[in-house]
Design a protein around this ligand. Structure first.
Ligand SMILES: C[S@@+](CC[C@H](N)C(=O)[O-])C[C@H]1O[C@@H](n2cnc3c(N)ncnc32)[C@H](O)[C@@H]1O
Length: 339
């Protein structure tokens, strides 16, 4: 097992050590910070071209974003600078540019670890010539971001759960935010969901329903009989790429690759995980940001943890009942933090 770099916090060090203990037997290289970031980059680079169609669950976050931005319109000045951290193909940037605060955005900085994602983002942002954009990618880009601070809004959407060093990120974040500014943590796994037995049961019931439905589809049987090709998943393609570039010595179980990417999303809904935390709690995140920080706006959604459930009328009805009963416990949350 390799030694983690000294700048890592105890928690990140622990996550890396836990990953290394499980993954090293499959690896050709030391399983360290660079290895885990490489796995994430290979996966997200592969996902980039299909991201907008593939991540349909992100669409559920739109309503929460628009409510939050409406709330923020009162609080923010007339001319603002924004950072979209882990911008991907630009979902959070688009939410902000197309909202009530859009005309106030003078500068927007987009950063992503994955150069492929940031290229897609750059293309999309061409639709907003009135805004001054800067794009950064990779580890070098992350360093360059420091010179750009402070921002009136720092936004992440579906990013924190990928970070094995999330505590370090949250500790460093206040220095990036203007004293009157905010941090928006969009679309992250919401810890209360994983402790709500009713919502977990409903999600498991939907999974059974989905499996049964799939077995009734002709496509399933054509694949079983070998008459229809099975498209390899992004995880399988990531494993193939890591074998090809010499990172892996032998195929890694899919579960480990998924957990190296979705570090803080509980696999299989359980509390017993090989590494990472059980999603995020808004109060814990506020404490990690600093004692003067608090959650000023919260929205939670996905009361059955599967975006497909909303496509079936009966399950949609059930979700709406569960949301009325447990408004704060949806599987995903968007939280705005301010001082
Ligand atoms: C699920 S995607 C979300 C992208 C975009 N924010 C959105 O909402 O569509 C996660 C993104 O985070 C990036 N990412 C993962 N780990 C990161 C890290 N440690 N620092 C910055 N970006 C990271 C990935 O490259 C990917 O583009």
């Amino acid at each position: 097992m390799s030694t983690p770099t000294p700048s890592l916090s105890t928690t990140a060090r622990q996550v890396l050590a836990d990953i290394a203990a499980k993954v090293s037997p499959y690896s050709q290289q030391p399983v360290d910070q660079a290895f885990v970031e490489h796995v994430s980059n290979v996966y997200h680079g592969m996902e980039a071209a299909h991201y907008d169609e593939y991540e349909s669950s992100i669409a559920d976050a739109e309503e929460a974003w628009q409510k939050a931005l409406h709330f923020l319109a009162q609080r923010l000045p007339q001319r603002i600078r924004v950072l979209d951290y882990g911008a991907g193909t630009g979902f959070a940037s688009l939410q902000m540019l197309q909202s009530a605060i859009g005309p106030r955005i003078a500068e927007l900085v987009c950063f992503d670890l994955s150069p492929a994602m940031i290229e897609m983002c750059r293309e999309k942002m061409k639709a907003f010539p009135q805004v001054r954009f800067t794009f950064y990618a990779d580890v070098a880009g992350r360093e360059a971001l420091r010179q750009e601070a402070p921002f009136h809004i720092v936004a992440t959407n579906a990013v924190l759960h990928h970070m094995y060093d999330v505590n370090d990120f949250l500790k460093q974040l206040p220095a990036m935010v203007h004293p009157d500014g905010v941090y928006i943590a969009g679309h992250e796994p919401n810890r209360p969901f994983y402790y709500n037995a009713v919502l977990l049961k409903a999600t498991r019931q939907f999974q059974v329903y989905k499996r049964l439905r799939r077995r009734l589809s002709p496509g399933f049987w054509l694949q079983k009989l070998g008459a229809k090709a099975v498209t390899p998943s992004f995880i399988q393609r990531t494993i193939d790429a890591l074998l090809a570039d010499g990172s892996l010595a032998r195929p890694l179980p899919h579960f480990y690759v998924q957990k190296m990417i979705d570090v803080h999303v509980p696999w299989g809904l359980g509390l017993d995980q090989p590494w990472g935390q059980i999603g995020f709690s808004s109060s814990e995140t506020a404490t990690q940001l600093g004692e003067d920080w608090k959650a000023v706006f919260t929205a939670s959604y996905s009361h059955i943890k599967d975006a497909e459930a909303t496509h079936h009328w009966w399950w949609k009805h059930r979700i709406s009942k569960l949301a009325d009963r447990y408004p704060a416990d949806g599987a995903d949350a968007l939280v705005v933090f301010g001082r």
